[in-house]
Structures are given as C-alpha cells and as structure tokens.
Design a protein around this ligand. Structure first.
Ligand SMILES: *[C@@H]1O[C@H](CO)[C@@H](O)[C@H](O)[C@H]1NC(C)=O
Ligand SMILES: *[C@@H]1O[C@H](CO)[C@@H](O)[C@H](O)[C@H]1NC(C)=O
Ligand SMILES: *[C@@H]1O[C@H](CO)[C@@H](O)[C@H](O)[C@H]1NC(C)=O
Ligand SMILES: *[C@@H]1O[C@H](CO)[C@@H](O)[C@H](O)[C@H]1NC(C)=O
Ligand SMILES: *[C@@H]1O[C@H](CO)[C@@H](O)[C@H](O)[C@H]1NC(C)=O
Ligand SMILES: *[C@@H]1O[C@H](CO)[C@@H](O)[C@H](O)[C@H]1NC(C)=O
Ligand SMILES: *[C@@H]1O[C@H](CO)[C@@H](O)[C@H](O)[C@H]1NC(C)=O
Ligand SMILES: *[C@@H]1O[C@H](CO)[C@@H](O)[C@H](O)[C@H]1NC(C)=O
Length: 464
C-alpha cells in the first residue's frame, strides 16, 4: 500500500526516511519497541509511534520555565573573574560538590598559572587555561559559542554509503568537533549505533562510543562537549541509563538549573569545567528530565533548521520543534543548523514504484568540499553562518556537517567558519586527522560510487 506513505518525505525526521527505504526492501524489524514495520512493498507496515510530525510530543512550554530544584552543583557559588582584569587563575577552596561550605573558585579568560588549590574531583585549573581551545571561551556562556557537530559521529565505515564521517570519533574530538551526534537504536535490550536499522549499518554498542568519549574527557580536562542523541526507535529515555552508568560518563553529565534552560541562563565554560560537568547531553524525542535529569529535551533548548536538506540553498528557517514562535526561537532557544547536503537515491525503478516515494537519502560526498567551505559564495557553510546570523542576530550554536574533514580552501574549513562566528582565530595546521588522511581520502573516493549492500537484499550502485 504505497499510497499510504507520507507524500512529503521532507516533512519526516531523517530516521524515518531511511526507515521507509528499509520497508521497501521488506526488512522485518522485530527489534524496535515502538515502531513496528513488517511485510513487503505490497503489505505495508504500521507506524505505531505516529512518528511523522513530532507534534504529538509534548515539549516543556515556555510558561513552565520555572526554576526547578535541580541546583545540585551550586554554580552560583562560583565566581568568575573577567578576562578584562588580568590576574592569575585561582582556585581557592573547593567546589561545593565536595564540601558543605560555600566556596569560591575562579577560572578566567587569561592564560596564567594557578596559584590556588583546586580540590574539585575533576582536574583543577592549572597552567595555561584554555577552555575548548581558547582562553576567551572560559568566560563565555556555553550558549554563546558556535560549535561544530559531526553528524552521525559513529558512522565511520569505509565504503559504506550509510557513513557520514571519514575519521573516527577520537580524531573528531582531537580535531575540534564539540558536538557528537547520532542515530541510536534499541536492540536486544541494549542501545546500538545503527543507521536506519542494525541490519544495514551496525557500528556497535552505544556504550562503547560513550567510553571512547570518557577516555578523551579524561585526557582533555578543559573541554566541554555536547552530545545529541537521536532516539530513532522512540524508546523510553530510561533505556539509555544503563549504558550511561556503565560507561563512566555519568559524573560528567551536566544537569541544568532550569527546565528548560534558556540561552541567557547557561553557565560559562569555565564554570562547567570547574564543576566537572562538561558534557551536555540532549535527546531529540522522549527525553524526560524528571526521570533522567541529565538527558535534556533537545527541542525545548534548541530548534533546528530543516533536516536532511537535499537543496543546497540551506535556508536558515526554523523547522523543529513545531509551533515555536519566532520570538521565542530568536530570544530563548539556541539553534542548530543542519548543513549536511544529501542526495536522494530513487529506488523506484528497482521495485517497480512509479510515484517517486521510494527514496533513500545519502550524504552528497561529491560536493562535500563546497558544502563545508569557508567561502561565502555557493551557499557554503560560511554563507549559512552569514545568513543565519543576519536572520537571527546570532550565529547557529551548532553547525552540523558530514565529513567534517573536507572543505575549501583547506581541510578544517568548518572550524574556520566556527572560529569566525566566535570571533577567534583558527589555525589549520591542527586539522584534520593528519595521520589518517590518506585513508580518509581513499574511503571518500570509493564512496563516490559506493555499493550499498546489506539488509536491503539488493545492491545499488550510487553514482553521484
Ligand atoms: C547549594 O545548593 C543547595 C541546594 O542544592 C542550596 O540549599 C544551598 O543554599 C546552595 N548553596 C549555595 C552557596 O548556593
Ligand atoms: C601571578 O600573577 C602575578 C602578577 O599578575 C605574576 O607576577 C606571577 O608570576 C603569577 N604567578 C604565577 C604562578 O604565574
Ligand atoms: C555571543 O555573544 C556575542 C556578543 O553579544 C554575539 O556577537 C554572538 O553572536 C554570540 N554568539 C552566539 C553563538 O550566540
Ligand atoms: C540481536 O539478537 C539476534 C539474535 O541473537 C542477533 O541475530 C542480532 O544480531 C542481535 N542484534 C544486534 C544488533 O546485535
Ligand atoms: C517522566 O518521568 C516521571 C518520573 O518518572 C513520570 O512521573 C512522568 O510520567 C514521565 N513523563 C512522561 C511524559 O513520560
Ligand atoms: C532549492 O531552493 C531554492 C530556494 O528556495 C529554490 O529556488 C529551488 O527551486 C530549489 N531547488 C530544488 C531542486 O528544489
Ligand atoms: C544568503 O545570503 C546571500 C548573500 O547575502 C543571499 O544571496 C542568499 O539569498 C541568502 N540565502 C538565503 C537562503 O537566505
Ligand atoms: C576536496 O579537496 C581536497 C583538497 O583540499 C582534495 O584533495 C579532494 O580530492 C577534494 N575532494 C572532493 C570530493 O572533491
């Protein structure tokens, strides 16, 4: 019953687009709990989660923005010294996490040695203080920074059209990616990083990805990271808790003071580093901050531009969440720019379908250098920064990109665009995954004409 498919694929979340392609190929997924889809092209599936619009989800409303009792880290007791008055970074006393006495701890924007004693459980301030790579950021609110987000960070499988990145997660973080993002599925009682379905692209347990990040956090004590979890199966958020607890990331997870916590209400990176709460985790659907306070509801904290764009015009218009007023989008929430260009692959001919619904989206790798470019013509990432800033008075907080290590005029162009947004200088020399560059370009070449095989049960030659 092809006719019952949604007519406009572009109104669906990305996971659903790929799900449709899976359905086309008669894949039976017995392993999702809230979306069941079985059968073949002629006996289509049921989407029990009515997952298509997002409008059935309830978002904390603006009027519910009352202070909650989640003030566990006593951020207010931390005093940040302005970088305009140079002095040493000092930590006098301990964070109130480990003492009952109010304390004063400082970490500020100038590079000086610490003269105090830090007894926070995280590594304390010492030597040169750079927060996320720049001393200027220590004093800056978390919500006043533009970060580069690696779309589907975990999908780094060479020669697979379902991949979105060439370099592994650790390299992504070393290069400057500061938002990890990706699709997750609930299979056999655990959360997996899988694209569309674990039968198509399965890169393993989510817990392993968390553990990789924990190792990196330990090695990089002055870095604040965001993580956007795509709950593709719309499962209860509590299903994510065991992996979080087992991975060791829990002590790093930031719990906001308010729900939702608006742009003007976030702590500085310096505060987050000093309290050790350096990872902000969001979930797109089914977050419940009452049940799991450290997984934030994405769409009450940020909105997104249209997802999975296939048109390189990349409009900076607001798409999700539905119903958010322009004023609130502009003044209260952060925002994420989806800047990953996709190519629709039409499967119609393969399955005898004629009305153009049988599409699968894959990253447009042929144009990736332009898409990620730091020039302002051709609607590149730089153009998005400029247009978005013009429309919303501030640049996107998150620039979501595929294959972040490609771009013009240099690899690292995506970080240059972010640096411009942040008003800081960027040096290409540190980018991108120098040691594995040849491997990366090899896999990129192959993906230009990649063969997608797997659960689909047939092969598609992708000619981009
Ligand atoms: C620390 O937080 C607790 C609540 O968690 C509050 O009762 C206390 O007054 C706070 N202390 C300071 C110094 O803010
Ligand atoms: C602290 O700052 C003072 C002057 O601002 C400087 O003379 C001193 O060397 C600094 N201490 C350290 C440990 O850097
Ligand atoms: C951060 O604040 C500065 C100064 O107000 C502003 O120019 C910039 O657009 C802000 N950036 C973001 C991402 O909000
Ligand atoms: C889930 O369990 C089934 C049956 O043991 C197995 O075939 C499948 O590979 C498992 N899925 C994943 C993602 O490990
Ligand atoms: C969120 O979790 C709380 C506490 O477990 C529960 O009472 C509430 O019903 C949940 N809300 C939703 C929308 O599931
Ligand atoms: C892409 O977007 C532009 C601007 O909105 C529009 O003029 C153009 O027709 C679109 N192209 C396609 C192929 O949809
Ligand atoms: C982006 O800005 C450029 C230059 O100002 C303009 O020509 C273009 O139409 C803008 N694109 C969008 C989608 O607003
Ligand atoms: C992207 O640009 C680099 C040079 O920066 C070049 O080596 C590479 O072949 C280009 N890739 C594509 C897909 O155009």
């Amino acid at each position: 019953m092809v006719s019952s498919w949604p007519r406009k694929l572009t109104t669906l979340p990305p996971s659903i687009l790929l799900l449709l392609a899976t359905t086309i190929a008669s894949v039976t997924a017995a392993d999702t709990s809230s979306i069941s889809y079985t059968g073949t092209i002629s006996t289509l599936s049921t989407y029990s989660a009515s997952a298509f619009t997002g409008s059935q989800y309830t978002y904390p409303t603006l009027s519910s923005a009352l202070p909650t009792t989640l003030n566990t880290n006593n951020a207010s007791s931390i005093i940040i010294v302005s970088s305009n008055s140079p002095s040493n970074a000092t930590a006098t006393g301990s964070s109130s996490k480990s003492t009952t006495k109010p304390s004063r701890t400082t970490l500020h924007g100038s590079s000086h040695r610490s003269t105090g004693t830090a007894t926070t459980s995280a590594a304390g301030p010492s030597n040169t203080v750079k927060c996320n790579g720049w001393t200027e950021f220590c004093d800056r609110s978390y919500s006043n920074i533009t970060y580069v987000c690696a779309h589907n960070s975990a999908f780094v499988v060479p020669n697979n059209a379902g991949s979105n990145q060439a370099l592994p997660l650790r390299t992504q973080l070393d290069d400057g990616i500061r938002m990890v993002q990706g699709e997750t599925h609930y299979v056999n009682g655990s959360i997996y990083n899988c694209h569309t379905t674990c039968k198509l692209l399965d890169v393993g347990l989510w817990e392993a990805e968390l553990a990789t990040v924990v190792d990196w956090l330990k090695d990089n004590p002055y870095e604040v990271l965001s993580w956007l979890v795509v709950n593709s199966d719309f499962v209860n958020v509590e299903k994510y808790v065991p992996a979080i607890e087992a991975s060791g990331i829990l002590p790093y997870l930031y719990v906001p003071k308010h729900e939702p916590q608006y742009r003007d209400d976030w702590p500085t990176l310096g505060e987050m580093i000093l309290t050790g709460k350096r990872v902000v985790m969001y979930m797109d659907y089914n977050a419940n901050q009452t049940a799991v306070p450290y997984i934030l509801d994405e769409f009450s904290h940020m909105w997104e531009t249209p997802f999975s764009p296939t048109n390189r015009s990349f409009p900076c218009t607001q798409q999700r969440p539905p119903g958010l007023s322009h004023a609130d989008a502009k003044n209260k929430l952060m925002y994420l720019a989806n800047h990953n260009l996709n190519t629709p692959i039409d499967l119609s001919a393969l399955i005898g379908e004629t009305d153009g619904h049988a599409q699968i989206l894959i990253p447009n790798t042929a144009d990736i250098n332009i898409t990620n470019g730091a020039f302002d013509q051709f609607s590149q990432l730089e153009a998005t920064r400029l247009n978005c800033t013009q429309m919303w008075d501030h640049p996107p907080n998150f620039l979501l990109v595929d294959y972040y290590n490609y771009g013009i005029p240099h690899p690292g162009s995506v970080f240059e665009v972010a640096a411009r947004a942040n008003g800081v200088a960027y040096n290409y020399d540190s980018c991108c995954g120098k040691t594995s560059a040849s491997l990366a370009s090899a896999s990129m070449r192959v993906s230009l004409a990649a063969v997608l095989v797997g659960a689909l049960g047939f092969s598609i030659l992708l000619v981009l």
